[in-house]
Design a protein around this ligand. Structure first.
Ligand code: GLN
Length: 230
């Protein structure tokens, strides 16, 4: 589709429950991902229309042709690569185990035996939990968004959750959440910007070129610092 300015408009799916990457502030969508895709669009001469949705809905919406681009602090995984072509990685993340800040008996995933663990649908954290749940012996409860998952642990319904390190660190610091990170990151996931596999090489080229230009100009670092520098 195109506008009066004749620029292509790409629909970008985002998960607005995911600060510092995507969230709502003063009625506007902001965050690292939002600023990055807008800066890439500016650099490459296209426009973006942001579509907020549950994270689990983003790849299906891409497959259904309702989106041109998928963001959402989305980790590049081999599984997703079956249906998504990813940009060059733009952020190092990785999944962490999180418990209440008063918890003293969970020191690793093995200690989750017999406990209830909160996960977010469609995420790498949920897949990781699923892959070890029966071996370790814990029960999982699934949520559509990160804040609901955090609350389940804050309320003591679940003893632990899995979330990406940069997201949980930001939430703990900014919202003073009574949660803490246990141990080291469990993987070294990186975030990428996705398009439908095999169909959108042109958009992907623009995204990669824009990303590289932003890195060279320093704007990429400015956007990160704007959210992450203390
Ligand atoms: N990075 C994680 C994933 O890709 C979580 C993303 C999210 O919850 N928005 O699965």
């Amino acid at each position: 589709s195109s506008t009066d300015s004749d620029k292509e408009v790409y629909k970008v799916g985002i998960d607005v429950t995911y600060p510092p990457f995507e969230f709502e502030k003063d009625g506007k969508y902001v965050g690292i991902d939002v600023e990055l895709i807008e800066a890439i669009a500016e650099d490459q001469g296209f426009e973006v229309e942001l579509k907020a949705m549950d994270f689990k809905g983003i790849i299906p919406a891409l497959q259904a042709g309702q989106l041109d681009v998928a963001m959402g602090g989305m980790s590049i995984t081999d599984d997703r690569k079956k249906v998504v072509d990813f940009s060059e990685p733009y952020f190092d993340a990785g999944v962490s185990l999180i418990v209440s800040d008063e918890n003293t008996d969970i020191e690793s995933v093995e200690d989750l035996k017999g406990k209830r663990v909160a996960v977010k649908k469609g995420t790498v954290g949920a897949n990781y939990a699923t892959s070890i749940a029966s071996e370790v012996g814990f029960e999982m409860v699934q949520f559509d968004d990160s804040p609901s998952m955090f609350l389940d642990v804050q309320n003591g319904n679940s003893v632990a959750l899995f979330e990406d390190y940069p997201v949980i660190s930001y939430a703990i610091a900014q919202q003073d959440l009574p949660l803490k990170i246990v141990g080291d990151r469990l993987n070294d996931d990186q975030y990428g910007i996705g398009v439908l596999k095999g169909k959108n090489q042109e958009i992907l080229d623009k995204i990669n070129e824009g990303l590289e230009n932003l890195k060279e100009s320093g704007e990429y670092q400015e956007i990160l610092d704007n959210y992450l520098a203390e």
